[in-house]
Write a protein that binds this ligand. Structure first.
Ligand SMILES: Cc1cc2nc3c(=O)[nH]c(=O)nc-3n(C[C@H](O)[C@H](O)[C@H](O)COP(=O)(O)OP(=O)(O)OC[C@H]3O[C@@H](n4cnc5c(N)ncnc54)[C@H](O)[C@@H]3O)c2cc1C
Length: 458
């Protein structure tokens, strides 16, 4: 047994520390299967913040890196362990500590699953909007650390917009509270905001206070539009935005992905065109219908081959479910590399054209899903298992798409984070001075460099 493992056991109790290599293999990496990882020396599953702090202090003492882990659904390699690292899994810190209906907030441990929180607060007539497609599995800690987006974020904002305050274990193993629980508050720097999206490189989040909003009630109106090409669908997205309409969701899924879901789940989905755009309005009463009609007019005006305001809520739900299931459906077909670029809305058609060009140029298969209303596109590279040449082409195409997005004024990652997969693009996007600021902040909060080092930037 290594000295570190002995000290970890003494610090947090032997039953909290896993060292069985077979069990640890399940904690070594996230869902970004092309990102590198190494086997951890120990996986620790703490029950409380003080245990997390003791783990970090032991890691500092032994000079061993520590990586936080939620559900491991990340798509950038950010939760990947390096060889000989310690993984802190938050699976046992999964309690909703309190819901305050007056303040409209909830305080939770980081291991609470996104959908479980939404279900819990609904009992108090409240709603937590950020809804990544991974909501049935991903955790609030992971969502905070990646600043996760989701389907309804086009109207309601991303995780950052809902985080009021948090408890964090710093890189020196101190437990600190950041932010506030009040509706307003501007005391000091916004260190809470800094932690959101920091991918476990600045602190381990051990408690979060989230802003909630009143639960939506009433009917939602769904508009379904099929298009012959990605670019046509992209023009429809830009047209909705230019018309000043803010749908409560606007998602894209192409025929290939739709078929993959159907073959897996037998949902009886039929595709009336190459690309499906799904939009929703949740405005109450007559205004919801009117908004849906405006979206429909935009779809028709941009050459939809078939567009309709759905009257069949079951069918509409099935299509949104298909959109959520697209990633796991494609994962079954072979190794998958996921893009996450985000471009200004007016440039969505151009970016989608570029994706088609890149697929042709690199002779690589790309399926497409997108939080289209945000301009956040997820081209998915599917490669036959074991075909190393195809993998290489896909990797090159991945980087070209990153460059195209930057050239269009976009960003290399809309929601999945930089992790390991987007480090080159992130360095380009940020530039040396801003990367220098990142280094200075990291050195201040993690002076021993033990928190998820070598991720996001170097
Ligand atoms: C099918 C599928 C659909 C997806 N859809 C979306 C989507 O719509 N929108 C979206 O944004 N993402 C999506 N993702 C990506 C992923 O679900 C998100 O990034 C999610 O926020 C990760 O949560 P997690 O609990 O799995 O975190 P993990 O993958 O375990 O970790 C992610 C990062 O957070 C850090 N971390 C985790 N917990 C803590 C903590 N307590 N303190 C500090 N750091 C921590 C980790 O170190 C790592 O850097 C999807 C993934 C899948 C597989």
């Amino acid at each position: 047994m290594s000295d570190l493992v002995r000290d970890l056991r003494a610090a947090v109790g032997a039953e909290t520390v896993i060292t069985d290599p077979e069990v640890m293999a399940g904690y070594a990496h996230d869902e970004a299967e092309w990102a590198p990882f190494g086997g951890p020396v120990a996986v620790v599953r703490p029950h409380e913040s003080e245990q997390v702090a003791r783990v970090v202090r032991a890691c500092v003492e032994h000079g061993v890196p520590v990586v936080a882990r939620g559900a491991g659904t990340g798509l950038s390699g950010a939760a990947n362990s390096g060889r000989g690292w310690v993984v802190v899994s938050f699976e046992r810190m999964n309690r909703v500590l309190g819901v305050d209906p007056v303040q409209q907030s909830a305080t939770v441990q980081p291991g609470v699953v996104n959908d479980d929180l939404r279900e819990r607060v609904a009992r108090d007539g409240l709603w937590y909007p950020p809804d990544p497609a991974s909501a049935p599995w991903s955790t609030i800690g992971g969502n905070v650390a990646t600043n996760a987006g989701g389907l309804c974020c086009v109207k309601y904002g991303v995780t950052r917009d809902y985080v009021l305050g948090m408890e964090v274990v710093t890189g020196t193993g101190q437990v600190v509270r950041l932010g506030r629980t009040t509706a307003k508050g501007v005391t000091g720097y916004d260190l809470t905001g800094l932690m959101v999206g920091s991918e476990g490189t600045l602190g381990l989040v051990t408690e979060v206070t989230l802003r909630l909003v009143p639960l939506r009630r009433g009917v939602e109106h769904t508009v379904v539009g099929y298009f012959d090409s990605l670019a046509d669908a992209g023009r429809a997205v830009a047209s909705v935005s230019a018309a000043g309409v803010v749908p409560s969701a606007m998602e894209l899924i192409d025929r290939f992905c739709l078929r993959a879901v159907d073959e897996w789940k037998n949902m009886g989905l039929s595709a009336e065109g190459e690309v499906l755009l799904l939009a929703r309005s949740d405005l109450p009463g007559q205004s919801g219908q009117e908004e849906a009609d405006r979206i429909l007019a935009c779809f028709e005006g941009q050459g939809a081959v078939y567009a309709v305001r759905s009257t069949d809520e079951e069918e509409a739900q099935a299509l949104f479910e298909a959109r959520r299931l697209a990633y796991p459906a494609l994962e079954r077909l072979g190794p998958l590399l996921t893009e996450d670029v985000c471009v200004p809305k007016a440039r969505v058609p151009r970016m989608l054209e570029a994706i088609e060009e890149v697929a042709r140029r690199f002779d690589t298969h790309i399926g497409n899903i997108a939080h289209a209303g945000d301009g956040n596109l997820h081209p998915l590279f599917i490669v036959p298992a074991g075909d190393e040449a195809a993998k290489k082409r896909a990797e090159q195409a991945f980087e070209v798409i990153v460059d195209e997005a930057l050239a269009l004024g976009g960003t290399v990652t809309g929601e999945h984070g930089v992790g390991l997969l987007k480090m080159r693009g992130a360095a380009e996007e940020l530039g040396p001075q801003v990367v220098g600021m990142h280094r200075a902040i990291k050195a201040a909060l993690d002076p021993h460099g033990v928190l998820n080092p070598g991720k996001v930037f170097v």
